[in-house]
Design a protein around this ligand. Structure first.
Ligand SMILES: Nc1ncnc2c1ncn2[C@@H]1O[C@H](COP(=O)(O)OP(=O)(O)OP(=O)(O)O)[C@@H](O)[C@H]1O
Length: 231
């Protein structure tokens, strides 16, 4: 589904990612882990096209998307929930959700029930400004907005960061239900090892912009955690 092959990317003259290769198979949950500042967000932004790939290639469903603009990648079915959520604070919840449809091929159909059903708190807030929601509610809105275009690959950048435990649990349940449906793959940036172990099929660990460990989730053992993740 997603195949990142030996990519190099960064900001201006500075190169952050070097020789990074990852695979996200259809319908699977793949976690991207690593300490602060190792390049996890840079990788999700590069996959989405917000940062240019300097070398290497990104293929999505067999198509080379390395040079496509972010909106073109979104149209192909890649959804993105950025770190920090990036909700439009002055727009209502409903308007934020409708913006999610801009990436979709079928705008007239409206926001699909499949995006809203997973976040029962949202419909009661349709007319509230995005900026007036709590951090956890904004995260749910950002998630639903990404689901509005029915993505086949979802990039989630630290969806549980700074969020109260009950909403972390809700987000975990949503990821599980997407996984159970089996038609959307997820690349998840996440720091919590328990969370990762409860939802993921595979993991990759980055250090200084390169992949230093990877495997099926049952190989994420104490030694790997101590070596690459414990601060
Ligand atoms: N806009 C930017 N311009 C220049 N350098 C940047 C920019 N954004 C990030 N960096 C640098 O790129 C490196 C990787 O940052 P990145 O945000 O990808 O790491 P991360 O693993 O997602 O970290 P965190 O877990 O703290 O979110 C860091 O050294 C960071 O300082």
């Amino acid at each position: 589904m997603l195949s990142v092959n030996q990519i190099e990317s960064g900001y201006g003259e500075s190169t952050i990612l070097r020789q990074v290769s990852i695979e996200v198979p259809p319908g699977q949950v793949v976690c991207l882990m690593g300490r602060n500042g190792v390049g996890k967000t840079t990788l999700t932004k590069t996959i989405m096209g917000a940062i240019k790939t300097k070398n290497g290639a990104i293929h999505y469903n067999g198509q080379n998307i390395t040079k496509l603009a972010p909106y073109e990648r979104a149209k192909l079915g890649i959804g993105y929930v950025p770190q920090g959520r990036e909700i439009f604070g002055q727009l209502t919840v409903q308007e934020n959700l409708l913006l999610g449809l801009e990436a979709s091929r079928d705008r007239k159909a409206g926001v699909p029930a499949s995006a809203i059903d997973k976040f029962p708190v949202l419909p009661s807030m349709y007319n509230r400004k995005g900026g007036d929601l709590s951090g956890g509610q904004q995260q749910q809105l950002a998630f639903a907005r990404a689901l509005a275009s029915k993505p086949k690959l979802l990039l989630l950048d630290e969806p549980t960061e700074g969020i109260q435990p009950s909403i972390v649990q809700d987000i975990q349940d949503v990821i599980r239900s997407i996984k159970q449906q089996g038609d959307t793959a997820i690349l998840l940036v996440e720091q919590s090892i328990d969370f990762v172990k409860s939802v993921a099929d595979y993991y990759y660990i980055l250090e200084k912009g390169t992949v230093v460990a990877s495997g099926s989730i049952d190989t994420l053992d104490e030694q790997v955690i101590r070596q690459h993740l414990v601060v």
